[in-house]
Write a new protein. Structure first.
Length: 113
């Protein structure tokens, strides 16, 4: 895709996103906040699987207190949940561990069969 087309597509998506609105009754001051958002983000994979079969289970609390709940939900998924980076890379027949040497920027790789 050429550069002008990419910029035009991004601008169109930005304008479309700017039209999004949130229902007034979906945000409430006393509703679940940051900590529950963090928890809901962390348990997202399990809650999602259960929600496929049990209609009363949801993966996102509505109403919630808005931005702080969303931020906690995001952190729960990306930092602590399924998106968390693993320190160990596992291949089919070997394990590679990477460690940073203290006091330097060197990375040491250890392989095990």
């Amino acid at each position: 895709m050429s550069r002008p087309r990419t910029l035009l597509a991004l601008a169109a998506l930005g304008l479309l996103a700017a039209c999004a609105t949130q229902a007034a009754d979906s945000v409430a001051p006393g509703a679940p906040g940051f900590l529950l958002g963090l928890w809901h983000g962390f348990i997202f994979p399990v809650a999602w699987l259960i929600s496929l079969f049990v209609p009363e289970v949801s993966i996102y609390a509505v109403p919630n207190n808005g931005g702080w709940y969303d931020f906690g939900y995001f952190l729960g998924i990306v930092v602590f949940g399924v998106g968390a980076r693993k320190s160990q890379i596992v291949y089919r027949d070997r394990v590679i561990r990477e460690k940073v040497v203290t006091g330097s920027h060197r990375v040491v790789r250890e392989e095990e069969e």
